[in-house]
Write a protein that binds this ligand. Structure first.
Ligand SMILES: [Zn+2]
Ligand SMILES: [Zn+2]
Length: 553
């Protein structure tokens, strides 16, 4: 790489929502901004989470100098344990709450001795030859920052996730003054959150949700159950405030909710006095009118507490007539059906359910178009790179930039793996590095490839045929016709003729292999698979998985 040049390589978060991760590289080394994960969609059966493919870091493994975290949401820190497993000595920078959440996550993965270094908004540090600065922003979690990097090529800024909330629930306001000062000093490039770039106007303050909660708490006479993202500490705080105002105690259920409430209380981000708290075991002892229960499951996740309550399978909490359930979150795309199922289940039990958009029990944590304009106007970047979002969101953010006078040729809509190079105040796109996704199966224990997912998709769509052949181990002769069993492939009635034909096809295969005295079962299975798959594909245009089983006799 030429001296004074800089490359920025997004490894995730572009053309998608989630798994935000960007590598910044100059001669002095690489720093990584965020290490997030994404949730699987319906086309990934059995997959628990999705990570960015960070083979770019492996290919440059001697150069990674530090990891900078903008805030503690999973789509920004969820991949961190997987990165640290391979780069255990790399220092990680974040604010107090971000590192608090990260610390407990790393514990779950058995990662000790990670080098976690706390920085506050407004503080600076030198990491791998870069000057870095954290700048307070407002978002749906406290301790969120934008990050400015002083590089060989100039100053670049990552917004992280932000909204311009002028009346935040807790903590520092967004440091618009510092953004303006940076803009006056000169910003080479700005990598800005595009999540809500399609939305006109401003996103309302989080306080709006507090007003709604108050109204619901005022009306409710029975038990109140509030589901929210466990990381949404501001919203949790507002539930606590409403409970306090209406003389209710607070119970907490759901593993991640219990954990995050504990971390946020310990670190002073959540004001929930212990005399207001009810232990899970004592939930039933408190009269319905005197308690509010915080829970997970706002996304309809089948195993989360609220889904169990809706299905009537929760160990201690039942919801019924007289109870009020508030779903204080918006479904992430892909989760709509699960959320709808939860709402239906609760209503069938007789509970009253309050949810967005019927009631303002949720506001977004990402700024809309006018807020994006504010930040762009303060920073006045020479180059704009819209990040965090699907293509149309990046596109609209780019248009907003153009409307503010940024020349279109200075705006880059990138894809994961693209390398954007800055030299002498100019920018251009270089050829890209590999940056796909990496699928994690089974609670982070086993990692699976695309191949397994493709196989599951085939199973789901085309089903499976099991072929059982009885073969003499010495001669390779088949003893009688093979059995063919269908699972999810075809209706028995429809398949009747096809089954006989399939048996005939396999019988022919077995005659052929017997004449060659094939006794290598691997070869035999391959032949069966090839012949039968070919036959079925021609007959039905389907490709069920063919599973040959050889019984030695
Ligand atoms: Zn976020
Ligand atoms: Zn995000």
């Amino acid at each position: 790489m030429k001296a004074k040049s800089l490359q920025v390589v997004p490894l995730g978060g572009l053309g998608e929502i989630g798994k935000n991760m960007t590598a910044v590289r100059q001669n002095s080394g690489i720093v990584l901004v965020d290490a997030g994960m994404a949730f699987p969609d319906e086309e990934m059966p059995g997959i628990d989470l999705v990570l960015p493919d960070f083979s770019y870091l492996r290919d440059n493994s001697d150069d990674l100098r530090g990891i900078l975290l903008t805030h503690g949401h999973e789509d920004h820190v969820g991949a961190l344990p997987y990165v640290l497993r391979e780069f255990p000595a790399v220092p990680v920078y974040g604010t107090r709450l971000t590192l608090g959440l990260v610390r407990s996550k790393l514990q779950e993965f058995g990662i000790k001795n990670a080098d976690l270094r706390e920085l506050k908004g407004g503080q600076t540090a030198t990491v791998g030859g870069y000057g870095i600065e954290f700048i307070n922003v407002t978002h749906s979690i406290p301790g969120a920052v934008a990050i400015a990097l002083d590089t060989d090529a100039g100053k670049i800024i990552f917004s992280g996730d932000y909204k311009v909330d002028l009346t935040p629930i807790e903590g520092e306001p967004m440091d618009l003054g510092r953004l303006a000062a940076l803009g006056n000093e000169g910003v080479l490039a700005y990598f800005g959150d595009s999540t809500n770039s399609e939305r006109p106007g401003y996103v309302p303050s989080e306080r709006v949700v507090g007003d709604t909660l108050n109204e619901v708490f005022m009306r409710a006479t029975g038990r109140i159950i509030v589901a929210s993202f466990a990381s949404h500490i501001h919203r949790v705080q507002q539930v606590v405030a409403a409970a306090k105002k209406h003389n209710r105690l607070v119970g907490v259920t759901g593993r991640s909710m219990i954990r995050n409430v504990q971390i946020a209380r310990e670190l002073g981000y959540l004001d929930l006095p212990s005399e207001m708290m009810v232990d899970q075991r004592d939930l039933r002892r408190v009269p319905d009118s005197d308690i509010a229960i915080l829970t997970t499951g706002s996304q309809g996740e089948p195993l989360a507490a609220l889904s169990r309550i809706a299905a009537g399978t929760h160990r201690t909490i039942e919801a019924g007539v007289g109870d009020t359930v508030i779903i204080a979150a918006h479904p992430i795309p892909g989760n709509e059906r699960g959320v709808a199922r939860t709402i239906d289940g609760l209503m069938k039990r007789g509970a009253e359910v309050c949810y967005s958009p019927l009631m303002p029990v949720h506001v977004s944590g990402h700024g809309a178009k006018e807020e994006q304009k504010i930040v762009l106007s303060l920073l006045k970047p020479r180059f704009l790179v819209p990040v965090h979002g699907e293509f149309r969101m990046l596109h609209h953010h780019a248009n907003t930039g153009v409307s503010l006078g940024i020349p279109r040729e200075n705006i880059f809509i990138l894809e994961n793996g693209d390398r954007l190079q800055f030299v002498d105040g100019n920018a251009r796109k270089l050829d890209s590095v590999s940056a796909g996704m990496f699928l994690v199966d089974g609670g982070g224990l086993a990692e699976s490839s695309d191949g397994i997912v493709r196989e599951r998709q085939r199973l789901a769509e085309d089903g499976m045929l099991v072929v059982i052949a009885r073969i003499n181990a010495q001669s390779g002769q088949s003893l009688g016709p093979p059995d063919v069993v269908s699972r999810g492939f075809m209706d028995a009635a429809e398949a009747n003729g096809l089954m006989d034909e399939s048996i005939a096809v396999v019988s022919q295969t077995l005659e052929r292999t017997a004449s060659r005295r094939v006794t290598d079962w691997g070869e035999l299975k391959n032949e069966i698979r090839k012949d039968l798959s070919g036959f079925l594909a021609g007959k039905t245009r389907k490709r069920p998985i063919v599973l040959p089983l050889i019984v030695e006799v």
